[in-house]
Design a protein around this ligand. Structure first.
Ligand code: FES
Length: 366
């Protein structure tokens, strides 16, 4: 309301009016946000802010935050996630967490968070209380399957159950009830997030088949076990979410058997870079033809650019949100997410999952 753009029709005299020193605060959105938040801490002209309705301990190292966002929140599709920003030792930090409940009529959300021993945001989240107000982002992510067209297999481990729970609730709530098998692994029965909630769901949806595996007792789930538990798994649309090692095993098996098209994955962690000691270094040129930064093979372009003082637009850092998408004008990259090589010409790439295999020309977002 109080912002203006010099490209608009606003006259120079009006612009000059707002430059009068004592009127400048009226043109300051952040100042207005601070004023609004004196009246109600969830009000903001720019941010999605949410009141904490309750904090529920799901197991020893996981909590759920029940949140009521302000009107700036645009909604979500089950399977998506959003960022949560909290002060950690005086510094604002953001991390992404899955929405673990289907969209609710009252607009409330549930974020379920694994508390990591080295995770400052997850630890701060576990200490929130009802009535606190937090900043969240809009929902992001492509890990969704709104209307299944065939049988579905949900494969989760640990906190990988969280997006699955939102999808199951959503299907059950809409009376869809597709042919679904859930295979969930965790260390012990006591670590099983949403165990009781799933049992309640199975009462309402008896065709839903749930298999559990406790790795401390049964060992890690292997693909041979999968074939025994779900003999028709190759025919099902499969959604996979869990720790990286678990996902790599399953994804490798699907790839080896030509089933990758059936598999959709959600990675919780940013892509880790593995750079061989002898990995070659390549130059990355901007659209102006000037060298902008260098990156070694194995290092993703987002991280390389940041290490050299650039700040490309980004969100999830794991190949999902597409915020880091950038036009490549020339050169070849390896996509670490899909394990594919690009062409050497003009095309769009994602900086956070692309590593160079030649010098590159990019049209970087400033
Ligand atoms: S930062 Fe989200 S896809 Fe790259």
């Amino acid at each position: 309301m109080f912002t203006y753009n010099s490209r608009n029709d606003m006259t120079a005299s009006t612009a000059a009016f707002w430059q009068i020193p004592w009127l400048k605060p009226l043109n300051d959105v952040e100042a207005w946000n601070r004023v609004l938040q004196l009246a109600n801490r969830t009000w903001s002209l720019t941010e999605v802010r949410a009141r904490v309705l309750s904090v529920v301990r799901e197991c020893a190292d996981a909590v759920s935050l029940h949140l009521k966002p302000n009107g700036r929140f645009k909604g979500f599709v089950p399977g998506q996630y959003l960022s949560l920003t909290l002060p950690c030792n005086g510094v604002l930090k953001s991390r992404s967490f899955s929405l673990s409940k289907a969209p609710a009529r009252d607009g409330s959300l549930r974020l379920t968070i694994r508390i990591k021993h080295d995770g400052s945001v997850s630890k701060a989240a576990a200490e929130l209380k009802a009535g606190d107000v937090v900043t969240i982002g809009q929902a992001m992510g492509e890990f969704t399957l709104p209307e299944p067209e065939r049988g579905v297999l949900l494969l989760s481990a640990g906190s990988g159950i969280t997006p699955m729970m939102a999808m199951l609730q959503d299907w059950a709530g809409r009376g869809k009830r597709p042919d679904v098998v859930l295979v969930h692994s965790c260390r012990h029965a006591s670590d099983w997030i949403f165990r009781e909630e799933l049992q309640t769901l199975v009462h309402r949806w008896p065709e839903l088949r749930v298999h559990s595996r406790f790795s401390a007792r049964d060992g890690r789930l292997h693909t041979d076990d999968l074939a025994a538990l779900v003999p028709d798994y190759a025919e099902r649309d499969t959604l996979l979410c869990g720790p990286e090692g678990f996902m790599a095993d399953i994804a490798g098996h699907y790839r080896a058997h030509g089933l990758s098209a059936r598999l959709k994955q959600e990675h919780f962690q940013a892509f880790k870079t593995e750079i061989r000691p002898d990995a070659p270094e390549y130059r990355v040129f901007g659209a102006d033809g000037q060298a902008a930064f260098t990156a070694r093979n194995g290092q993703n372009l987002l991280e390389a650019a940041e290490r050299q003082g650039l700040n490309p637009a980004h969100g999830c850092r794991r190949g999902i949100c597409m915020t880091c998408t950038c036009r490549k004008l020339g050169g070849t990259v390896h996509n670490q997410l899909t394990d594919t090589l690009s062409g050497d010409g003009d095309e769009w790439i994602q900086l956070c999952v692309s590593t160079p295999v030649s010098d590159l020309h990019l049209e970087m977002t400033p």
